[in-house]
Design a protein around this ligand. Structure first.
Ligand SMILES: C[S@@+](CC[C@H](N)C(=O)[O-])C[C@H]1O[C@@H](n2cnc3c(N)ncnc32)[C@H](O)[C@@H]1O
Length: 258
């Protein structure tokens, strides 16, 4: 098993994290940032004071949102020390007493059975192989009636183009198609599993983020280089193309512990 400070192929240095935040919005390292967090949250029926585990909590945007919305006690887990450092600094700065962040690989964690009301994870599990084993573990940690919400990158059915396969391999991603992902949740014991392919909306969001980056170009270049700008532009363009060609998909899953 990888060490807890494994850095996802170097994707999450302090520089690259803050560069990503410029495009995703404050507190987020995932497309759609706060807007999507709100719409994913609205589909949940979360009790006041809910106990939440946020897997791959990044800069903490979702954890802070859930604490604000329902007074949730949120534990964020992330295996990037820089993410945990920045999120913890912001927790202190903004006086969030019910939010904490732990440096760990979620697969190495131990929690009591029937502990959480919600397990939330955005754009993180693409880094995790053997999701079936993890889902069994997560099911155990949830209270009966508790929910899981996952948004993640997925792939179309089949292998996809050679270019896409190389991109996935070089990025160290482990992608499933949307339905197979949902099936793994069912196999782990979750009920009422809903699997959504929201790629059309995802492409619109990627386009909007690209546009926003272009219009804030001079602001961005105060802190980052032309090279950084070009890197983000190319990476976004590539994601749009892979989605339009059906190689990449944006997936969203909900499930409940019976
Ligand atoms: C794309 S970022 C998303 C961050 C956050 N969920 C958001 O929406 O802004 C993915 C995060 O998952 C973390 N991560 C990847 N694999 C993990 C694992 N096995 N356990 C805990 N965190 C993990 C990475 O370090 C990174 O911070």
């Amino acid at each position: 098993m990888m060490s807890s400070n494994y850095d996802n192929n170097g994707q999450y240095s302090r520089h690259s994290i803050l560069r990503y935040e410029k495009i995703f919005g404050d507190g987020f390292v995932s497309s759609g940032g706060l807007g999507l967090t709100k719409s994913f949250f609205e589909r949940l029926d979360l009790p006041q004071g809910a106990k939440v585990l946020d897997i791959g909590s990044g800069l903490g945007g979702a954890a802070f949102y859930l604490a604000d919305k329902v007074g949730a006690t949120v534990v964020g887990v992330d295996l990037s020390s820089v993410m945990v450092e920045i999120a913890s600094e912001r927790t202190k700065l903004n006086g969030y007493n019910s939010v904490s962040f732990k440096l760990a690989d979620v697969r190495d964690m131990e929690w009591p059975e029937n502990h959480f009301d919600l397990i939330w994870s955005r754009d993180t599990l693409l880094h995790v192989p053997n999701k079936d084993e993890l889902f069994v573990q997560l099911q155990r940690w949830l209270k009966p009636g508790g929910h899981i919400m996952i948004s993640d990158y997925a792939k179309g059915v089949g292998e996809g183009s050679e270019g896409f396969q190389t991109y996935v391999r070089n990025s160290g991603y482990h992608l499933l198609d949307v339905e197979s992902y949902g099936d793994l949740l069912r196999d782990a014991g979750f009920v009422d599993v809903v699997s959504d392919n929201w790629s059309t909306q995802f492409v619109e969001i990627l386009r909007a983020e690209q546009g926003m980056l272009q219009s804030n170009r001079s602001e961005f270049l105060k802190d980052f280089s032309e090279e950084d700008l070009q890197y983000l532009h190319e990476r976004w363009e590539r994601k749009v193309q892979y989605c339009l060609e059906g190689d990449m998909q944006a997936g969203l899953w909900y499930g409940t512990k019976a």
